[in-house]
Design a protein around this ligand. Structure first.
Ligand SMILES: *[C@@H]1O[C@H](CO)[C@@H](O)[C@H](O)[C@H]1NC(C)=O
Ligand SMILES: *[C@@H]1O[C@H](CO)[C@@H](O)[C@H](O)[C@H]1NC(C)=O
Ligand SMILES: *[C@@H]1O[C@H](CO)[C@@H](O)[C@H](O)[C@H]1NC(C)=O
Ligand SMILES: *[C@@H]1O[C@H](CO)[C@@H](O)[C@H](O)[C@H]1NC(C)=O
Ligand SMILES: *[C@@H]1O[C@H](CO)[C@@H](O)[C@H](O)[C@H]1NC(C)=O
Ligand SMILES: *[C@@H]1O[C@H](CO)[C@@H](O)[C@H](O)[C@H]1NC(C)=O
Ligand SMILES: *[C@@H]1O[C@H](CO)[C@@H](O)[C@H](O)[C@H]1NC(C)=O
Length: 323
């Protein structure tokens, strides 16, 4: 089916090429950026331009018209649109762009040359799309990238070199995807990474997988069962660890072995709600944490008071002797 509905700002030119369509488009420099929540500061206060109401199927290629007036844009975005791929020459036209907002537009793929000319980009919001794979070196040209948001996609595979040379990256959100294994080097090389969100995947934690620079690690809702802090022993700067929403139940000694908090010496806040702890195990954990002044945080909606719990963290009464 070749269905195209298009009504965009200014001019639109349709060109038909063999069997695929090419559409040239322009963005709206007067788009009301206040209508989007949580846009970066530079989109609100800098020069921005947004593409609106572009709905095309996979067989259509999008290219930008040359528009000298927009050459120095700080921020470019897409709203109320359905496009499977970003326009091929987006960053060729808008080289100076610092922020890309492309959330919720049904992106299916990011070909490996997508960001070839995006060397000035500082943050990208690619959340709520349908991406399944991050290609080899796809983000590598973005050598200044600080923040990359990829939550709520369907990412199953991350190439070992997808994040190659992102030495400035501080924040990576790949929560709500379908990740189980990520090649070691992919994350470990991100030497400035401070916040990593892997919440709600099926992630399997392996030794040496995370960069030592991490301050916040969110591993909530990953079906983790046998997790032990030994597997993140190198994270000496880690301060916040989210382990809620998993299936953790083993002995305190397995999860938090003696001495581990002498090594993970920055760790101050842990979330453990919504696991499968026996209450005696959870009590052991509280006793152990007390000595190290680590706080077991509970987010308000996870506080349990109407059934067995310790300080609002739910647990199961032991049914077996010696647990
Ligand atoms: C990304 O965009 C979504 C949708 O507009 C928004 O809810 C979210 O807060 C944004 N994330 C960041 C980190 O800016
Ligand atoms: C998208 O379109 C709807 C309906 O036309 C409108 O109410 C909404 O404000 C638009 N969203 C943005 C971000 O422009
Ligand atoms: C990047 O810029 C070069 C030089 O202008 C150009 O040849 C190339 O096609 C551009 N790549 C993309 C993906 O736009
Ligand atoms: C991680 O992402 C989830 C869902 O996208 C969000 O609820 C959670 O607050 C994030 N964690 C951190 C530490 O920001
Ligand atoms: C996790 O993702 C599934 C869809 O894959 C969703 O239904 C569920 O609400 C998410 N859970 C959390 C805690 O975000
Ligand atoms: C946890 O360990 C048990 C026993 O070794 C094993 O059967 C189970 O598959 C493991 N669970 C996960 C999620 O790896
Ligand atoms: C306890 O309260 C929560 C919400 O406050 C509710 O979802 C749950 O069903 C209650 N459990 C029991 C055993 O009453």
């Amino acid at each position: 089916m070749r269905f195209i509905f298009l009504s965009i700002f200014l001019s639109t030119v349709f060109v038909t090429f063999e069997c695929s369509k090419v559409i040239e488009l322009k963005c709206n420099p007067n788009f009301d950026v206040q209508s989007i929540v949580n846009l970066p500061y530079r989109c609100i206060n800098g020069l921005s331009c947004f593409f609106e109401e572009i709905h095309v199927d996979e067989s259509t290629s999008l290219v930008l018209n040359f528009d000298e007036a927009n050459y120095g844009l700080d921020c470019v975005g897409f709203v109320n649109s359905t496009i499977s791929k970003l326009p091929s020459n987006l960053f060729n036209k808008y080289k100076a762009v610092n922020s890309l907002y492309a959330s919720g537009i049904d992106l299916l793929q990011l070909p490996s040359n997508t960001f070839e000319n995006a060397s000035n980009i500082l943050d990208m919001n690619l959340s709520w799309n349908k991406l399944t794979k991050l290609e080899e070196k796809v983000f590598t040209p973005c050598s200044n990238l600080r923040k990359l948001v990829l939550n709520h996609n369907e990412i199953e595979e991350i190439d070992v070199d997808a994040f190659d040379k992102l030495y400035q990256l501080e924040e990576l959100d790949i929560s709500n995807n379908k990740l189980s294994l990520i090649p070691h080097k992919a994350l470990a090389q991100l030497e400035r990474l401070r916040t990593l969100n892997l919440s709600n995947n099926s992630f399997i934690v392996r030794y040496g997988q995370f960069p030592n620079s991490l301050v916040t690690l969110d591993l909530s809702y990953n079906k983790l069962e046998n997790f032990t802090l030994k597997s993140i022993i190198s994270l000496t700067k880690l301060k916040y660890l989210h382990l809620n929403g998993n299936r953790i139940f083993r002995f305190r000694q397995h999860i938090f072995p003696d001495g581990i908090l002498d090594v993970l010496k920055s760790l101050k806040h842990i979330q453990l709600s919504d696991n499968e702890f026996y209450c005696t195990t959870l009590a052991d954990i509280f006793i152990f944490m007390e000595k190290y002044k680590v706080t077991i945080d509970v987010v308000p909606h996870l506080i349990i008071l109407n059934s067995s719990n310790i300080h609002g963290v739910g647990c199961r009464e032991e049914s077996r002797y010696l647990l």
